[in-house]
Design a protein around this ligand. Structure first.
Ligand code: PLP
Length: 375
C-alpha cells in the first residue's frame, strides 16, 4: 500500500541505515567504557551525533539528553520538573497522549492544571496563556506542531512570558523538528522533546533538550547510572543515536527543498480530493506542517474508508479504537467538530519519499471508494 501515515512514523532513510550499520557490528563498544578503543570509538560517535541533533534545533551539544523517544522525553520534562511550591501546569487540549497523560498524572498527584482551548485552526491564543498564569504556575507545555492536524503554534512570545514569571517552558517539537525550522534560542524554551523516527531516523531514540539554565530545575525519573548527566541513566543505544544524528543532519540540509516539495504534493492531494463535493478541511491551512492534511466528508466514517482501502493506501483516522467502540479524536473535538464529524477525520502524512504518482493513485482510490461508504 502507498504509505501516507508519516505522522505515525517515517521510513528509515537509506543513508541513515548506512551510518548505523557498523555500530551494530565492528564498532559495538559501550560509550561508557572509558578504558579502551571500543569505548572511545562509541563515545566519539555519540558525541558526533549529539552535535548534529543539537544543530537541528539551535541547541548546544551539552544540552542534549538522549532518551528512548519523545514519550520518554515528555515524561522527564513533565514529571521531573517543578517543585512543590510551583506545581500548576498550563497545557493545551490537543497535546499528544504522552503529554496529556502526564498532565493527568500530575493532577492526580494534586497538581492543578489549566488546559487551554484552541481555535478552529487548532491554534492557541498566546494572550490566554498570559491570563492562565497563576502565582503557583511552574510549567507551560505546548507542542510546536500538532500530530493530527499539523497546526503550528504561535509560541514566539511564550518563552519570554514564561521567563519573566519564573516559569519553565516545555515545547514538544516531535512533529516539527526536521520539517519546519525549530530554534531553541528563538523559542526561549527550557525543554524541547524530539524523536528520531519522525524524521526518517530509527525508532526507539529521541532526546530531551535541557538548557543550561533549566538543568537545576529538573530531577530524573529513572535512576541507576550517570549517563546523560544522570537525567537518563542506562547504557546508550549507540547505533540508534548515530542514526538520529545522521537523520538530523540530512533533515537540516533537506528541509528548505523538502518542505516545498511536500507542500506542493499536499496541495495536489487536496485539489484532487476536493473534486468530491462536501470535502471539509480540518484545521487551518496557513500555519500547518507542509506534509499534513486532515479532511472529512459528511456521513463518511474514516475507519470504514481506511479498512476498505487497506491493500492500497495506508493512512490514519487519528481516533483510538477501544474494544468495540471508536473514540473520536480529542484534537478534532477540540477544534470544534462534533463526535460524528471527528470520526470522519482522515489524517494524511506525506514524507520525503512520497511521489506525485503515489498521491495521484491514492486520491483516485479514495475518490472511488468514498461515495460507496457515505451514509
Ligand atoms: N509527541 C508528539 C507530538 C508525537 O506526535 C509523538 C508520536 O506520535 C510523540 C510525542 C511520541 O513520540 P515517540 O514515538 O518517540 O515516543
Amino acid at each position: 500500500p502507498i504509505y501516507l501515515d508519516h505522522h505515525a512514523t517515517t521510513p528509515l532513510d537509506p543513508r541513515v541505515q548506512d551510518a548505523m550499520l557498523p555500530f551494530f557490528n565492528a564498532l559495538f563498544g559501550n560509550a561508557g567504557s572509558a578504558e579502551h578503543r571500543y569505548g572511545w570509538r562509541a563515545q566519539e560517535a555519540v558525541e558526533d551525533a549529539r552535535a548534529r541533533v543539537a544543530a537541528l534545533v539551535g541547541a548546544r551539544s551539552a544540552e542534549i539528553v538522549f532518551t528512548s523517544g519523545a514519550t520518554e522525553a515528555n515524561n522527564i520534562a513533565l514529571m521531573g520538573s517543578g517543585d512543590h511550591a510551583k506545581r500548576h501546569l498550563i497545557t493545551t487540549g490537543i497535546e499528544h497522549a504522552s503529554v496529556a497523560a502526564c498532565a493527568a498524572e500530575r493532577e492526580r498527584r494534586g497538581g492543578p492544571i489549566t488546559i487551554l482551548p484552541v481555535d478552529r485552526d487548532g491554534r492557541i491564543d498566546p494572550a490566554q496563556v498570559a491570563t492562565a498564569i497563576r502565582p503557583d504556575t511552574g510549567l507551560i507545555s505546548i507542542a510546536l506542531a500538532n500530530h493530527e492536524i499539523g497546526a503550528i503554534q504561535p509560541l514566539d512570545d511564550i518563552g519570554n512570558l514564561a521567563r519573566r514569571h519564573g516559569i519553565l517552558f516545555h515545547v514538544d517539537a516531535t512533529q516539527a523538528a526536521g520539517h519546519i525550522p525549530v530554534s531553541l534560542p528563538a523559542l526561549q524554551a527550557d525543554f524541547l522533546s524530539l524523536s528520531a523516527h519522525k524524521l526518517h531516523g530509527p525508532t526507539g531514540v529521541g532526546a530531551l533538550v535541557v538548557t543550561r539554565q533549566a538543568r537545576r530545575h529538573l530531577r530524573p525519573i529513572l535512576f541507576g547510572g550517570d549517563q546523560e548527566r544522570g537525567f537518563r541513566p542506562g547504557t546508550l543505544p549507540v547505533p540508534l543515536i548515530v542514526g538520529f544524528g545522521a537523520a538530523a543532519e540530512i533533515a537540516r540540509e533537506a528541509m528548505p527543498e523538502e518542505s516545498l516539495h511536500l507542500a506542493a504534493l499536499r496541495g495536489r492531494l487536496l485539489d484532487r480530493l476536493a473534486v468530491l463535493p462536501g470535502l471539509r478541511v480540518h484545521g487551518g491551512m496557513r500555519f500547518r506542517l507542509p506534509g499534513n492534511l486532515n479532511v472529512g466528508w459528511p456521513g463518511l466514517v474514516a475507519r470504514d474508508l481506511i479498512d476498505l482501502l487497506r491493500d492500497h493506501v495506508a493512512l490514519s483516522s487519528g481516533s483510538a479504537c477501544g474494544s468495540a467502540t471508536l473514540h473520536p479524536s480529542p484534537v478534532l473535538r477540540a477544534i470544534g467538530l462534533t463526535a460524528e464529524e471527528a470520526l470522519g477525520g482522515l489524517r494524511f502524512g506525506l514524507g520525503r519519499f512520497t511521489t506525485e504518482a503515489e498521491v495521484e493513485r491514492a486520491a483516485t482510490a479514495i475518490l472511488r471508494a468514498a461515495p460507496l461508504l457515505r451514509r
